[in-house]
Design a protein around this ligand. Structure first.
Ligand code: HSE
Length: 298
């Protein structure tokens, strides 16, 4: 009647796959305890870490849980405790982790009536509250793990992609906040066809590289000519961090989700750690506080 879960941080977009690609981190995430109550409804009773609304309808974990309850119509309710470790507005799927965690836990307590795609679909209702639009590129890796591709959101279709051996992510999180809705609003509505061609060639190549363990192709596919040129202006020292990461052995570097976090992918833990040191060096010479994470991608 009670479950304690870890809801992982995630990286969305992965350079070339805006709103489509994502992967899961296993070293940072929120914790939640969810327990059945006799009284029907969703009751958020504890939030530690960051200040977020307790009212279920205003909390992303509450909204996704309410969506699941409206469909499942169980004879009970649920109490949710949230131990928030992922800072809201960090670009590593903070709202997504809340949205995924509650519905994942409730599905388990109900005896798993829903499959992973259906659980992700309920989580999308919570994510929409935070970002103003329904997208699932953080949610899908949070529920499925590893790399995922969201083929469509309506109806939701998620593809689980393979992870090449020894794939590591290094993340640097400068402690400034970027609202996803703002980062979405600054993007142009139309793009030149030549840029679109480059981008979809890269997405296809990236997916092929994951399937064939082709690190060289993966490196050449990790580019973003659509979103990064616009959003990188919001992130101080982005170009320096990116070039330091590439010089020190990263396969690629880009904005994590809507930013401000910057992600890199590397082959092997040694490369991932040397990239971490190089990125830390850039921000160490500024007044901006930051944190870094290294995580194996499973
Ligand atoms: N794909 C989303 C974006 C992820 O970049 O806006 C952040 O929620």
């Amino acid at each position: 009647n009670e479950i304690k879960i870890f809801s992982p941080a995630t990286v969305a977009n992965v350079s070339c796959g805006y709103d489509v690609l994502g992967f899961c981190l296993d070293t940072i995430g929120d914790e939640m305890i969810v327990r059945k109550t006799e009284k029907k409804g969703i009751f958020i009773t504890k939030i530690e870490g960051y200040k977020l609304p307790f009212e279920a309808k205003k909390n992303v974990a509450g909204v996704s849980a309410l969506a699941m309850l409206a469909d499942a119509q169980p004879n009970c309710g649920f109490e949710i405790e949230i131990y928030k470790k992922i800072k809201p507005g960090s670009g590593i799927g903070s709202s997504s982790a809340s949205a995924c965690g509650s519905v994942f836990a409730i599905n388990e307590l109900l005896g798993r009536p829903y499959n992973k795609t259906q659980v992700t679909d309920f989580a999308m209702k919570g994510e929409a509250l935070a970002s103003g639009s329904e997208h699932a590129d953080n949610l899908a890796p949070g529920i499925f793990g590893g790399f995922t591709l969201v083929k469509s959101t309506s109806p939701l279709e998620v593809l689980q992609l393979p992870t090449p051996k020894d794939m590591y992510a290094t993340i640097i999180h400068p402690q400034i906040e970027i609202k996803t809705s703002d980062a979405r609003a600054i993007l142009p509505k139309e793009f030149p066809l030549t840029d679109a061609i480059t981008q979809w060639a890269n997405v296809g190549s990236f997916v092929h590289a994951l399937h064939t363990n082709d690190y060289d192709l993966l490196k050449r596919a990790l580019h973003d000519v659509i979103v990064e040129p616009h959003r990188s202006r919001l992130i101080p020292h982005f170009a320096e961090v990116k070039s330091a990461a590439l010089i020190h052995g990263a396969l690629g570097a880009g904005i994590s989700g809507a930013g401000p976090s910057i992600f890199t992918l590397s082959k092997g833990i040694e490369n991932a750690k040397s990239v971490e040191r190089a990125m830390r060096d850039v921000y160490s010479s500024t007044t901006i506080a930051f944190e870094t994470y290294v995580s194996r991608i499973n």
